[in-house]
Design a protein around this ligand. Sequence first.
Ligand code: SAM
Ligand code: SF4
Length: 475
Amino acid sequence: MRDNQYSGKDDFINDEEIINHLERCKNPDPIEIREIFAKSRAKNRLEPEETAKLLQLEDPDLIEEMYALAREIKEDVYGDRIVFFAPLYVGNKCINNCLYCGFRRDNEAIVRKTLSKEELINEVEVLESKGHKRLIMVYGEHPAYDADFIADTMKTVYSVKQGRGEIRRININAAPMDVEGYKKLKEAGIGTFQIFQETYHHQTYSLLHPKGDRKSDYRWRLYGLDRAMEAGIDDLGIGALFGIYDWKFEVMGLLYHTIHLEKTFGGIGPHTISFPRLESALNTPYIDSTSYKVSNENFKKLVAVIRLSVPYTGMILTAREQPEVRDQVIPLGVSQIDAGSRVGIGGYEEAEKGYLPEKEQFQLGDMRSLDELIKKVCDLGCIPSFCTAGYRAGRTGKHFMSLAKPGFVHKFCMPNAVLTFKEYLLDYASEETRIAGEKAIARELNKFGATDPERKKSVEKKLKIIQDGKRDVYI
Ligand code: SAM
Ligand code: SF4
């Protein structure tokens, strides 16, 4: 146990300190802002006061500069690849009553369902037939979804091989567990364990998570990823649900969480940060009553501030957002997106036949197919990636951080993006997307050629092997 995890008065989120930082940092001095920009450009994680200054920026020219820098840092640390994944909802039974969620216990309008093994296999077959290789599996909080159940469903998913399709990485978004539970997921081959704190603001957390519910324990959730790390899972995903409290406060909360993980685990911060915005959900009136909804303008700003504050961390933008918003925000530092998503139980198989919105957790904004989005990402000048080599080659946790921080991700991840994208183009793409994709690959090879001709040669060799029929070729 670390850092008064289960007892004591204080945890690492000090609401008053955050509010004071934000108050003190209003009207920041442009000279200081440029110094902060320089620190981010050098890929150093910011301190709370520096992030607070960025959050309080109002000057339109400096905000534009911040956006340009966010793009530059993303390119520098992650390259111009965008990793694709899909969510897979396994069960929506839930013992909690989170006010904002369509799956909450008291919502009788929602149809409750847990996928049977056969249904789970059907879902995975549909996903594989579209070209997906990475999933985030999502579960309500319920005794039926304990660690053994989750590990079993993971094993089932990994076992489904359909034609050339297979799932090579499973991330999990589920209720926080104890160390023993996490160990079972580690054994089943988990990639990232993701927990969103929802809000870091203690009082708001209590208001939205009724007393007596398991989820009402703020501290159990806040330290949930510490326990995952103790169990050996070193790829951690943090996040906040934007729209239930002040967005500036939540960005500060995400930063404090990052600092806590870095300090506690020898420099290993979160592998990813998520920033879902609250969406409408069936029979969930709380959502219309909140006064904290985040405008599109502020959403852009918060994404850029996160990019600058934690330069080495992956950032996930989900299909909750409308297509126009995604197209604008992706270039600001996003490294992972989902596509062709369904957030209902059995949603993929249903979508092949018809659509059952009453099983959805919330309404999705971006309904574009994987193929359409792949083409869009190529048109944005990026390279789609289905790479899952990182964790299979042991490049996680500390190892990942040491590679990601100085920008060496280019050496592994960019070539692997090209290789996995080539597989996609050969096996799943429409003609239009294939043409756009081949152009994107040629563009990327030219870039390799300009900086590292040896790398270009070795990627070309591997592309030939893929063209000849071999799959899962990576560096
Ligand atoms: N039950 C687990 C939990 O609460 O941690 C995991 C699954 S839960 C369905 C995954 C996430 O969905 C939550 O952490 C929350 O941030 C998000 N969510 C809930 N209601 C939402 C809504 N109305 N709009 C957008 N995201 C929502
Ligand atoms: Fe249940 Fe998670 Fe929804 Fe809360 S957010 S009601 S715990 S599924």
